[in-house]
Design a protein around this ligand. Structure first.
Ligand SMILES: *Cc1c(COP(=O)(O)O)cnc(C)c1O
Length: 371
C-alpha cells in the first residue's frame, strides 16, 4: 500500500458519532458534524450522516461545494463568516452560515434575492475567547438590522470558545448565551430555534452535568475524529482514539552517534536533543516531513521517539525496536497534525469499515433543530 497514508476506520468514526449523538440527544442537543479537518471527504461525511449527525458544518465553502458535488443533500452550514467575495457561492451551496458582520449579511441577502432563495444565519456572539463574535452590547442593534433584510432568516445565536485564547466553555458563559437568547426573544417577540453553543471543547461542560439552558446544538469535529475533548486533549470515555492514524515508511535505519560533528551554527544547537549519556542510537528516517504533517503532533508506537523533522525527513530513535527498510511505522495525530496530513497531496487515504457502515441501521430518534 502507498505510504505515507492516513488509515481511516469508518466504523470507529461511526461509533464515535453515535455515542456522542446519543449522549447529547438525551440533553436535547443536536450534533453538527464538522468536516473541515478532512476537507469534506464524502466517505467520512457520509459515515457521520449514517451514524446520526443532524447536519454537516465546514469553514470553507470549497469543501461544502465538493460535498454537494458528491451528491450529499444533508443540511450544511458554513461555520466561518462568509467572505464578501464568496456570498453567491455560500447562498448556493450552504443552508446556513455563521455571521458577525452586517456588510456580509446584507451581501448574503442580495445574493439570496438574486437566487430566489432564503438563507439562514446564526449570529455569533463574543463570549470572551476573542475570536469571532458580535460584542454582546452590539447584539440588539445588529438583530434589528438583520431582521429588516429580505431573504435572510435569523435562526438564532452561536458561540465559539477555546479556539483562540483557550477560554473554557462553562456554567457562566453558557448561561450568558442562554440569557441573551431569552432576553432577545422577550424584547423582540420572536423565537430563536437554534442555539449553537460551541465545539468539542464544550464537552467538558456537558460532562460536568451543568444546566444546558437554551443550548440545543454543538458543532463537533475533533471529538468525533480523535475521541478527545479539544481543550486539554483528554480522552472522552467510550470513544475510539485511533479512528484515524498516520502510517509512514522507513527509508534509512542505522546506528548513529548522538552528537553531530563539524562547525555547527548557533541556532541549530538547541535543536540537538541530549541523549542522556548515550553515545550512539538506533536512528531511522521515515519518509514524511513537516510539509505533510505537524511533527510536534505525532505520537509513535511505544518505544519509538520522534527526534526531529525537516520538510521531508522524520528522524526517530527506534530504541530496542527492530525496523527494516520498507517497514511501516504508525502514529497517532493531534488535530493540527491531522489537518495538515489531510491537506497534503503526498499523503494517501485508506479506508476500512465501509461495508459494515452500509449494513448498519440508521438511528431512529428524532433530533432537535440543527445548525
Ligand atoms: C473548527 C470549528 C468547530 C469544530 O471544532 P472541533 O474542536 O473540531 O470540534 C466548531 N465551530 C467553529 C466555528 C469552528 O471553526
Amino acid at each position: 500500500m502507498s505510504a505515507p497514508r492516513l488509515e481511516i476506520d469508518l466504523n470507529k468514526i461511526r461509533h464515535n458519532v453515535s455515542t456522542l449523538v446519543t449522549l447529547l440527544d438525551a440533553k436535547g442537543i443536536s450534533v453538527s458534524g464538522v468536516t473541515k479537518a478532512f476537507l469534506g471527504d464524502p466517505l467520512i461525511a457520509n459515515a457521520m450522516l449514517e451514524a446520526g449527525v443532524a447536519s454537516l458544518s465546514d469553514s470553507r465553502i470549497e469543501n461544502i461545494e465538493s460535498m454537494r458535488q458528491s451528491g450529499i443533500t444533508a443540511r450544511m452550514s458554513l461555520i466561518r463568516s462568509p467572505m464578501l467575495s464568496q456570498v453567491e457561492r455560500v447562498v448556493a451551496a450552504a443552508d446556513l452560515s455563521l455571521n458577525t458582520e452586517i456588510e456580509v449579511i446584507s451581501a448574503l441577502s442580495n445574493a439570496a434575492l438574486n437566487q430566489g432563495k432564503n438563507h439562514e444565519i446564526l449570529l455569533m456572539v463574543e463570549l470572551g475567547d476573542l475570536r469571532e463574535g458580535v460584542l454582546p452590547v452590539d447584539l440588539k442593534e445588529m438583530i434589528h438590522k438583520v431582521r429588516n433584510l429580505p431573504n435572510i432568516k435569523l435562526m438564532g445565536l452561536g458561540a465559539n470558545l477555546g479556539c483562540r485564547s483557550g477560554v473554557c466553555p462553562d456554567k457562566r458563559n453558557m448561561a450568558e448565551l442562554s440569557d441573551m437568547v431569552e432576553q432577545i426573544e422577550c424584547d423582540k417577540r420572536f423565537h430563536m430555534p437554534i442555539v449553537s453553543g460551541g465545539n468539542s471543547s464544550n464537552l467538558k461542560w456537558i460532562f460536568a452535568g451543568e444546566e444546558i439552558g437554551r443550548i440545543n446544538n454543538l458543532r463537533l469535529g475533533e471529538a468525533i475524529l480523535l475521541g478527545r475533548e479539544a481543550l486539554r486533549q483528554k480522552p472522552i470515555p467510550g470513544l475510539y482514539l485511533d479512528a484515524i492514524s498516520l502510517v509512514g515508511e522507513v527509508i534509512e535505519n542505522k546506528i548513529k552517534p548522538t552528537k553531530p560533528w563539524g562547525t555547527i551554527v548557533q541556532s541549530a544547537l538547541d535543536a540537538i536533543p541530549s541523549m542522556g549519556g548515550q553515545t550512539t542510537i538506533q536512528q531511522a528516517i521515515i519518509a514524511i516531513g513537516s510539509q505533510d504533517v505537524d511533527p510536534e503532533g505525532l505520537t509513535p508506537s511505544p518505544g519509538l521517539k520522534v527526534l526531529h523533522a525537516s520538510s521531508d525527513h522524520l528522524v526517530i530513535n527506534t530504541g530496542v525496536t527492530t525496523l527494516a527498510i520498507g517497514d511501516e511505522v504508525s502514529f497517532q495525530l493531534t488535530y493540527g497534525a491531522l489537518v495538515r496530513a489531510m491537506s497534503s497531496p503526498y499523503v494517501a487515504r485508506s479506508f476500512s469499515g465501509a461495508e459494515a457502515m452500509k449494513r448498519s441501521a440508521k438511528p431512529s430518534s428524532p433530533l432537535p433543530a440543527a445548525a
